[in-house]
Design a binder for this molecule. Structure first.
Ligand code: PEP
Ligand code: MN
Length: 342
């Protein structure tokens, strides 16, 4: 059960309800977000009457739920959620393209790639400044200096920035410079980090854990939303399977319609990390439009052979331009708007 309060609830009003919940032997987890305060009731709540709870002062809604996730579910919010980031809108009838280097390597590289993807029609600039690398000896990202470079590229091209936060410390920096906070596959169940981004007022893109079920993914999103941050993008980035010889992961396209039925949040596909190979980016991007995803995120590099991270999956700006053209064709056939650069 979830009890939702108006945001200006007084401590006494909150305490009255909390005591009522505790009196029935349940746990009451108070979550204070930017936009609302909630009590998540855990335990056997069968003795708590939603109608009675609604009569308490300050309570706006009481939701009894069977699902382990509530706020992110379609039951809770019927319409598709639209998420606006500067001029870019993620939501029904639209297809957003995010592109850029896997990692920010230096100013010239990032500026060149940002200008190229913008010219081709990208809407959002991607680039990692804090990189979650499997080997500690690999390039770990430029840190704050990388974020400053992204910011300059964003100011020049007009594209908002999506970039990854690895932990609380990098989150502070990412919040300062970025427009969308990316939580990577390896951190999908980092619950303390999820709680932290839940308290922020910037959108979050939550990548699916590479071995996570759809329910686990949605529960992770619930952590963010329970904190009051309702602007969440769900990103399918490939899951582990038995055959990793030819593709790095398996892009679970079938998850898209399933997640759209279960949740009201926009769904993004990352064909680059999903397949790990550049020759798969075009077909998987077109499939993303066709399967009903709301966006893709694509790694682009103009010197992939020397890329400090994930060169094998990066496509050239020229190939990106071709992919954009084909994305527009498929989108048009399906009556979807591909945002165009101003
Ligand atoms: C990335 O997008 O740079 C990244 C590291 O992705 P993932 O968390 O999906 O591996
Ligand atoms: Mn990468």
């Amino acid at each position: 059960m979830l009890i939702i309060f108006k945001s200006d609830i007084t401590p006494e009003q909150l305490e009255n309800v909390r005591e009522r919940v505790l009196a029935e032997g349940c746990e009451a987890h108070v979550v204070r977000g930017v936009y609302r305060v909630t009590i998540n009731v855990l335990g056997d709540d069968s003795k708590l009457d939603p109608e009675e709870l609604k009569s308490y002062e300050g309570v706006t809604e009481v939701i009894s739920v069977m699902n382990p996730y509530q706020l992110v579910s379609r039951d809770f919010h019927k319409q598709d959620t639209e998420i606006k980031v500067k001029d870019v809108i993620f939501g029904p009838g639209r297809f957003v393209v995010m592109a850029g280097p896997c990692a920010v390597e230096n100013e010239e590289q990032t500026m060149r790639i940002a200008r190229a993807v913008r010219k081709a029609g990208a809407n959002v600039l991607r680039g990692g400044a804090y990189k979650p690398r499997s080997s500690p000896y690999n390039f770990q990202g430029m840190g704050e200096e990388g974020l400053k470079i992204l910011k300059r590229a964003s100011v020049e091209t007009g594209m908002p920035i999506i970039t990854e936060a690895l932990d609380s410390r990098s989150l502070e920096q990412v919040y300062k410079y970025g427009d969308i906070i990316q939580i990577g596959t390896r951190n999908m169940q980092n619950f303390s980090l999820l709680k932290e981004v839940g308290r922020l007022d910037k959108p979050v893109m939550l990548k699916r854990g590479m071995s996570s079920t759809i329910d686990e993914w949605l529960m992770a999103a619930e952590y963010v939303m329970a904190g009051g941050n309702t602007r969440i993008l769900l990103c399918e980035r490939g899951i582990r399977s038995f055959d990793a010889r030819h593709t790095r992961n398996v892009v679970d396209l079938s998850a898209v319609p399933v997640v759209k039925a279960l949740s009201h949040l926009p769904v993004v596909i990352d064909p680059s990390h999903g397949t790990g190979r550049r020759d798969s980016i075009l077909p998987m991007s077109l499939a993303s439009v066709a399967v009903g995803a709301h966006a893709v995120m694509i790694d682009v590099h103009d010197d992939a052979q020397h890329a400090l991270c994930d060169g094998a999956q990066a496509i050239t700006p020229v190939d990106f331009e071709k992919i954009m053209e084909d994305i527009r064709k498929v989108a048009r056939a399906l009556d979807k708007t591909v945002e165009v650069p101003r």
